[in-house]
Design a protein around this ligand. Sequence first.
Ligand SMILES: Cc1ncc(C[n+]2csc(CCOP(=O)(O)OP(=O)(O)O)c2C)c(N)n1
Ligand SMILES: [Mg+2]
Length: 604
Amino acid sequence: MNQTTTNLEDVEKPVGGSNAQLEWASDAMAEMIRRLDLKYVAMNPGASYRGLHDSLVNYLGNRNPQMLLTLHEEHAVSIAHGYARVTERPMGCLLHSNVGLMHGLMAIFNAWINRAPIVMFGATGPVDADIRRPWVDWVHTAQDQGALLRDYTKWDDQPTSVPALCESFLRALQLATTAPKGPTYVCLDAGLQETRLAGPIEFPDPSRFKPGPPPAPSQDTLEEMSRLLLGASRPLLLVGRVSRQTDDWARRVRLAEALGAKVISELRAGAGFPTEHPLHVYPPRYTPSKQTLELMRNADVILALDSFDLGGWFKLMKVKGGPKATVIHCSVDSYSHNGWSKDHLALPAVDMRVLADPDVAVRQLLPLLEGGVGKREKWAGIQFEKLEPAPTAEGGGDRAITNHDLARCLAELREGRQFTFTRVPIGWASDQYHFREPLDYLGTDGGGGLGSGAGMAVGVGLALRDSGRVPMTIIGDGDFTQGATALWTAAHYRIPVLVIVANNRSNFNDEVHQGQVAQERGRPVENKWIGMRLSDPNIDLSAIARAQGVEAAGPIDKVADLRPALEKAIAVVEAGRPYFLDIVVEPGYATLLMVRSTGQGASS
Ligand SMILES: Cc1ncc(C[n+]2csc(CCOP(=O)(O)OP(=O)(O)O)c2C)c(N)n1
Ligand SMILES: [Mg+2]
């Protein structure tokens, strides 16, 4: 690697510029990717797309898009997923034949569950058997490659001519970016890629194939929503999957203030509401706290903005016959539900189903609410339990670090800065750290598929380059060790990002499960660690990072060392370089998992 280069754009510059003539079908594919305005394609190479690879390098000059080499296809997709979480726009991915695609599948599933737009390109050995090379072209050709991912992508295709591929690429972008967004996949026949063009190509104008505005409620619907909301005495706003735009954020605040609504946001989604706002009554969680459930029981009108699991939350309320409140749910997510994946979750009882983008609905609703006359007294007579922040652990500087310490220390260090969390751990102490802007927190991995943490963080770092924000993630040691080689891409392309492992040296989530099962069955709970602990030997996590060219520190295991380690890490990322920190935390969750026998469902 050339050590003098410091910018992503300076890495992997081809010789010869981009003077090549449009000559091959794969040149047309590359040209179309550029016209789709996909700035990057994250990839791992393979001969099934050697034609396209050549075109990206020698026809386009590896610019717009620039290839981002990863060490595993799962990282390629996770990077694109992270990028989409910030920008709400797709970047590209390139996955080699059936095998590369199989490596990428879990990450595709995660992106699907998060409705993240990604335009993925794959390839197959020549469809024309007559031109297949012996063995490998046969092994890497499947009859229907798209079948591997059709159940958890919005659309897939395998075009067989240049005009067809132009249309296919346009549709892949259009559908990926149409709400509800999601990943799309185009499989490119190696035989077609390596076909010489017979004549000039008339490329389509992508501006005529845009996704169109997100769906809006009708005037009648808006009027009915405003009537219900203005008539509410105890309105409650549940903030779910909403946009990363600051003007949408500000309108949500105005909506809550206009209504005097109490607000609950959730950790499963990115930051959707300022958690310090007096109307945001309880800290965001993955599953509702008992205080949140009580709030929901007391509400008379609930407005849910694309809540992830409204039906699940209603079940937890344990109210016979469902919630007493009139429920309005703004969501277009049901357009993605296909029955293969049960990611639609429980079916909520909803009085007014508004099939519209939640932020568009809020925007159009505001003038009606701000001009209207609502009930004077809101939430009169209802007592709110004041939650005291959890106390800091006792002991001197030698004591072990808790998740609580980590959250509090980061809260102190963020003053005067902007941090973006790609992810926070299950045990995150959300009462210690407030979200003040939409990019402060981006949500979860989507599908609960471990190993995406480092890759998503790199994609977020890519999207936030030069934004002044400090992108960081806090992931478990189990997640990190499954996806650790994503870090090399950050080192290679100079992508600043801080990856923190909250290292409890265990697959602790599942230790909790084994403990619960043993308890329920009257068996020895002491055995819950077997097949779970990532110790004996402890894994030298920072060595894994350093081996890939990423500066690193840790294990940090004393509370006195926490702040200096974080300060150093943040300084390196602010200077434009990736950094890795292994922080040993006490096992334990701020939020307890639930067991199936209570009828509440278990965590992953
Ligand atoms: C691909 C995959 N394999 C296994 C699991 C099951 N699983 C869920 S959480 C978890 C433990 C994760 O450990 P870690 O990331 O260290 O977090 P901790 O629970 O220790 O906080 C496991 C194995 C999963 N969700 N995804
Ligand atoms: Mg762990």
